[in-house]
Write a protein that binds this ligand. Sequence first.
Ligand SMILES: [Cu+2]
Length: 186
Amino acid sequence: MGTRREFLTAGGLALASFAVPVVVRAARPVEIQTRSSPRGEEVWFDPIGVRIEPGQTVRWIMASPGNPHTTTAYHPRNANHSLRIPEAAAPWDSGFLVEPGDIFEVTLTVEGVYDYFCLPHEAAGMVGRIVVGRPGGPGARPFDYFTGRAATQAWIPVPEAAQAAFPSVASIVAERVVRRRPREWR
Ligand SMILES: [Cu+2]
């Protein structure tokens, strides 16, 4: 759908800056801000849900001062969290983004649903979801899909507040960008 338009946009940028070496990409990075309310009682990713094309880069950027945040994939290699990214995809963990403007990027090539969390704020519901191409894989399954399966006893389930915060895969597919508003604004 948006691939052609994004390609043309990237081409326009390349033409505008033809005098410097240009890295050719399928599309420009999609930006997700880490946000905190002024007193820090509300924390969230903005947007909370995005749909991208395979090979596209996601860039998280620290937008509000105060609370340090991380972007961390739901994956057993990240402190035994349950697997909620495609089996063939590599997990990421940004470490702490501290200063406004700090960024972290990943390029996602495997199609499917990717769920991620903020390490200090997971229990407060600071999570996000990315759909790359066609949805599928562990992130598209119910949160308890692994219950009773071999070798998953150590996996930590997604906390209830985080489960409630995720936008549906269907809404991300339909809208491409899904935003969450702070509680006091709803
Ligand atoms: Cu956070």
